[in-house]
Design a protein around this ligand. Structure first.
Ligand SMILES: [Mg+2]
Length: 244
């Protein structure tokens, strides 16, 4: 699929790499996992139970759509400018330009959207809770070095809304699958597929959006509840990984 200015948080799938025997959090380190939603909306594994490891877990967290409520802000700016009424529920694939009448020009609105987006409901609480549990959190976001305005806007956003992330814990990096961690929380299907392929034993979760609805068999948890419930379910899942 071709687009002039792709959304910034997806990476191409990597070539197959060997997986490390490094704190396996998944039974057998298999790719994909059988899960069924329970009454709370969280997904539960059929068998066997996942392994638990000692603290701390290294947790990678995406920014756009995971820490920030980017999509609704972005579409709001678009609707005002182009007199349209597109909502996040209408965006069924990663290629947002296919669902708007301005096409690729919607990517020109990203710097303003990065700046104006509010934190995703529950994200602030989730970061505080996970950090209080002793985990090592990293904010990892894909932004092209050729899009200077995007980098500046996102850096300012993180510094304002999540000043508790020190510079050593923030990465502007497309190939998230090259960073070894116990847990990845990200909304981008390509990132999730690449990470699962590179690290079969890592534990993956995503904020649920229509464009990642087909990720149920790739991630360990795709909550059925929207934020903030989604973040609550994800924190509950991570907490269960490391509980003594
Ligand atoms: Mg994202």
């Amino acid at each position: 699929m071709r687009r002039a200015q792709p959304r910034p948080t997806c990476s191409p799938a990597p070539s197959q790499t060997s997986s490390p025997n490094w704190h396996s959090l998944r039974p057998g380190g298999s790719s994909g996992i059988s899960s069924q939603p329970n009454s709370s909306g969280a997904r539960t594994e059929k068998q066997p139970p996942r392994r638990r490891v000692n603290l701390p877990l290294r947790i990678l967290i995406g920014v756009d759509g995971t820490l920030s409520d980017l999509l609704s802000t972005w579409l709001g700016i678009y609707n005002l400018k182009y007199h349209d009424s597109i909502e996040p529920k209408h965006i069924l694939t990663w290629d947002t330009d296919k669902y708007v009448k301005c096409g690729d020009k919607i990517y020109d609105l990203l710097p303003e959207a990065f700046q104006l987006a509010a934190p995703l409901p529950g994200a602030r609480w989730a970061v505080d809770t996970l950090r209080s549990q002793g985990h090592d959190l990293y904010a990892v976001t894909a932004t092209s070095h050729k899009k200077t305005a995007n980098i500046i806007a996102k850096a300012k956003w993180l510094a304002y809304h999540f000043p508790d992330f020190d510079p050593e814990h923030v990465a502007f990096f497309h190939a998230k699958h090259l960073i070894k961690a116990h847990v990845l929380v990200d909304d981008c299907p390509a990132n999730l597929v690449a990470y699962r392929r590179a690290w079969p034993q890592a534990w993956l979760a995503t904020i649920p959006y229509p464009y990642n609805r087909h990720m149920d068999n790739t991630v360990d948890l795709r909550p059925l509840r929207p934020p903030p419930g989604a973040w609550e379910d994800i924190v509950k899942g991570i907490t269960a990984l490391s509980r003594p």
